[in-house]
Design a protein around this ligand. Structure first.
Ligand code: ADP
Ligand code: ADP
Ligand code: ZN
Length: 220
C-alpha cells in the first residue's frame, strides 16, 4: 500500500503517520524530518534548505524531487510507503508520478486531512517537537513528562517555523502552492478526505476504516 498524507501545516499528518507506521508497518517518509536532519548535520542540502524553512517558504522543487527519488529507491519502500509532506506542489506531484511509473508502482490513496485555520494556528503555536520526529502539544497532546519525548526520552523543542510570523506565511504558502493538489488527486479518484478536527484517536479510527479497503486489496 502506497499512500500520501496531505493537509495544511498543523493538520496532524505527523501525529497520524506515527500511528499508521506502527499499525501497518509502512515506512514513514517525512520530507520535513529529512530536511531538518540535513540541517542538523550541516549537509549541502541542509545548508541550501535552511533559510527557506525558517521563513516558512517551500524549498525549491528540484531539491525535493532528488531527495524523494533517492528515498523511494531504498529497499524498505518495496512493500509500500507513506509520504508525509511530499508532494507540496504540482511539479512535485508530476515528478512523483514519473518516478513511480518507472518502477511499476502507483499511489493507492491520498488522505487529505482537513482542519480550519483557527485550529491550525492553535496547534502549531503549541507544538513541541522531538528530533525523532514525534510531535506533542503543550495542551492538546502533552508528553508524560514536560519537555521530554514519550517515545525516545529526547528533549522537546519549539520549531523556528512554529513562531507566529512563519506560521501565517506557511498557511498562505499552503493555500497557494499545495491546496491545488486536492483537486489534482480528486480528479485521479484517489483522494479521501478525513475530518481532522476530531480527537487524535478518532481520526486514526477513521483512517483505519479508509485504509482497510486498500490493505485487503494488497494481501489478496
Ligand atoms: P503536521 O505534521 O500536519 O504539521 P502535527 O502532527 O505535527 O501536524 O500536529 C500539529 C500539532 O497539533 C502538534 O502539536 C500535535 O500534537 C497537535 N495535534 C495533532 N493532532 C491533533 C488533534 N487531532 N487534536 C489536537 N491537537 C492535535
Ligand atoms: P508541517 O508539517 O508543519 O507543514 P514539515 O515538517 O512537513 O512541516 O515541513 C517543514 C518545512 O520543510 C516546510 O515549511 C518547507 O520549508 C520544507 N518542506 C518540507 N517538505 C517540503 C516539500 N515537499 N517541498 C518543499 N519544501 C518542503
Ligand atoms: Zn523522540
Amino acid at each position: 500500500m502506497n499512500i500520501i498524507l496531505l493537509g495544511p501545516p498543523g493538520a496532524g499528518k505527523g501525529t497520524q503517520a506515527k500511528k499508521i507506521q506502527e499499525y501497518y508497518s509502512l515506512p514513514h517518509i517525512s520530507t520535513g524530518d529529512i530536511l531538518r536532519e540535513n540541517i542538523n548535520n550541516n549537509t549541502g542540502l541542509g545548508i541550501k534548505a535552511k533559510s527557506y524553512m525558517s521563513r516558512g517558504e517551500l524549498v525549491p522543487d528540484e531539491l525535493l524531487i532528488t531527495l524523494i527519488k533517492d528515498r523511494l529507491s531504498k529497499k524498505d519502500c518495496d512493500e509500500g510507503f507513506m509520504l508525509d509532506g511530499y508532494p507540496r506542489t504540482i511539479p512535485q506531484a508530476d515528478a512523483l508520478q514519473m518516478i513511480l511509473t518507472e518502477s511499476g508502482k502507483k499511489i493507492d490513496a491520498v488522505l487529505n486531512i482537513s482542519v480550519d485555520d483557527n485550529e491550525l494556528i492553535k496547534r502549531l503555536s503549541g507544538r513541541r517537537m522531538c528530533k525523532c520526529g514525534a510531535s506533542f502539544h503543550v495542551l492538546f497532546n502533552s508528553p508524560e513528562k514536560e519537555d521530554v519525548c514519550d517515545a525516545c526520552k529526547g528533549k522537546l523543542y519549539q520549531r523556528e517555523d512554529d513562531k507566529p510570523e512563519a506560521i501565517s506565511n506557511r498557511l498562505n504558502v499552503y493555500k497557494k502552492q499545495t491546496q491545488p493538489l486536492i483537486d489534482y488527486y480528486d480528479k485521479k479518484k484517489i483522494l479521501r478526505t478525513i475530518d481532522g478536527s476530531k480527537d487524535i484517536s478518532q481520526i486514526f479510527e477513521e483512517i483505519k476504516k479508509v485504509l482497510e479497503e486498500y490493505d485487503k486489496k494488497d494481501t489478496k
